[in-house]
Design a protein around this ligand. Structure first.
Ligand code: ADP
Ligand code: MG
Ligand code: MG
Length: 263
C-alpha cells in the first residue's frame, strides 16, 4: 500500500534536519498519528527504524506504528505526541520548580536508562527531541542519530547538537555516558532557565564545554537546592568514569526528595 491509501495527511507538526513531520489520520480507524517523511538517499533511515522497533517496549519511547516506502521517501508513522515539544514548554515557562524539574527528569532518566540497558546511545538528547503527550507525559523521539553498541564498545565521531554535546564526544571515544551529560545540560536549562555552556562561536562553545566550571555562587543559583547542585555536578563531570549513570541519577537524594511517590 501507498501511504496515501491508508492515511489522510494534515498540517505540518515540525521540521528537522532531514525531513518533515506531518499530522496524519488513519482512513481505517480515524486515529491520528505523526508521519515523519525522510527523503531517500538518507541511509540512516533503516537504522532509525530498527532502533525504534528495538526500543518499542517502553512507554517513554515514541512508538513506531508502521513504515511506508515510495520512490522518493520513507514515511515513518508514529504515535502522535499532541502536547508538543519540551523546548517550547521550557521557553514559555522560563524556569521550572524543583518539583516539576525532578518529575520530568525522572521520566527522562527512566527512558534513557532503558535505552542504555538495551545497548542504545541516543546521541541527540535535547528538549527539541523530547515530546509531550496530551496528558503531559514525556516521550523520547528522534532516533536518527542513535547507535546500538555492544558491551564495552565505544563510538567516535562528532554527533549531536553543539550546546548539548559531551566533552568526550569532542575529543575521542564515548558511549552511553554522553547521553547523561546532554541530559545534565537539559536539567540545567530546567532549573535555571539557561543552558550552562555558551559561546559566540562554535569554537568558543566547545571550549566552554571542555573547560568551563559551573559557578554556583552566581545569582541564578541562589534559589536552587544544594541537592540539585550536587546532582548537576555529578552529571556535568568531564571525567567519564566518575560521571554518574542513569541508574545512579534515579537514586540520587534530589530525585528522592522532589519526585512524587507512587506506590
Ligand atoms: P529530525 O531528525 O529531523 O530532528 P524529529 O524526529 O526530531 O526530526 O522531528 C522533528 C520535529 O517534528 C520534532 O521536533 C517535533 O516538533 C515534530 N515531531 C516529531 N515526531 C513527532 C510525534 N511523534 N508527534 C508530534 N510531533 C512530532
Ligand atoms: Mg530532532
Ligand atoms: Mg534527527
Amino acid at each position: 500500500n501507498k501511504i496515501e491509501d491508508d492515511y489522510v495527511m494534515g498540517e505540518a507538526l515540525g521540521k528537522g534536519k532531514f525531513g518533515s513531520v506531518f499530522l496524519c489520520r488513519s482512513k481505517a480507524t480515524g486515529v491520528e498519528f505523526a508521519c515523519k517523511t525522510l527523503p531517500k538517499g538518507e541511509e540512516t533511515v533503516h537504522k532509525e527504524v530498527e532502533i525504534m522497533q528495538h526500543l518499542s517496549g517502553h512507554p517513554g519511547v515514541v512508538t513506531l506504528h508502521s513504515v511506508y516506502e515510495d520512490a522518493e521517501s520513507f514515511h515513518l508513522v508514529m504515535e502522535l505526541c499532541s502536547g508538543g515539544r519540551l523546548i517550547d514548554e521550557m521557553t514559555k515557562e522560563g524556569r521550572y520548580s524543583e518539583h516539576k524539574s525532578a518529575n520530568i527528569f525522572k521520566d527522562l532518566m527512566l527512558v534513557i536508562q532503558y535505552c542504555h540497558d538495551m545497548g542504545v546511545v541516543h546521541r541527540d538528547i535535547k528538549p527539541e527531541n523530547i515530546l509531550l503527550t496530551a496528558s503531559g507525559k514525556i516521550k523520547l523521539a528522534d532516533f536518527g542519530l542513535a547507535m546500538r553498541i555492544a558491551n564495552g564498545q565505544s563510538l567516535s565521531g562528532l554527533a549531536g547538537s553543539p550546546a548539548y554535546v559531551a566533552p568526550e564526544v569532542l575529543t575521542g571515544d564515548y558511549g552511553q555516558k554522553a547521553d547523561i551529560w546532554s541530559a545534565g545540560v537539559l536539567l540545567h536549562g530546567l532549573l535555571v532557565g539557561v543552558l550552562p555552556f555558551q559561546g559566540d562561536s562554535l569554537d568558543a562553545l566547545f571550549e566552554a564545554i571542555k573547560s568551563m566550571q559551573l559557578d554556583f555562587h552566581s545569582e541564578k543559583w541562589q534559589s536552587v537546592s544544594k541537592l540539585a547542585r550536587d546532582l548537576l555536578e555529578r552529571i556535568l563531570t568531564r571525567d567519564v568514569a566518575a560521571r554518574i549513570t542513569a541508574e545512579e541519577v534515579l537514586s540520587h537524594p534530589w530525585m528522592m526528595f522532589y519526585t512524587e511517590r507512587t506506590l
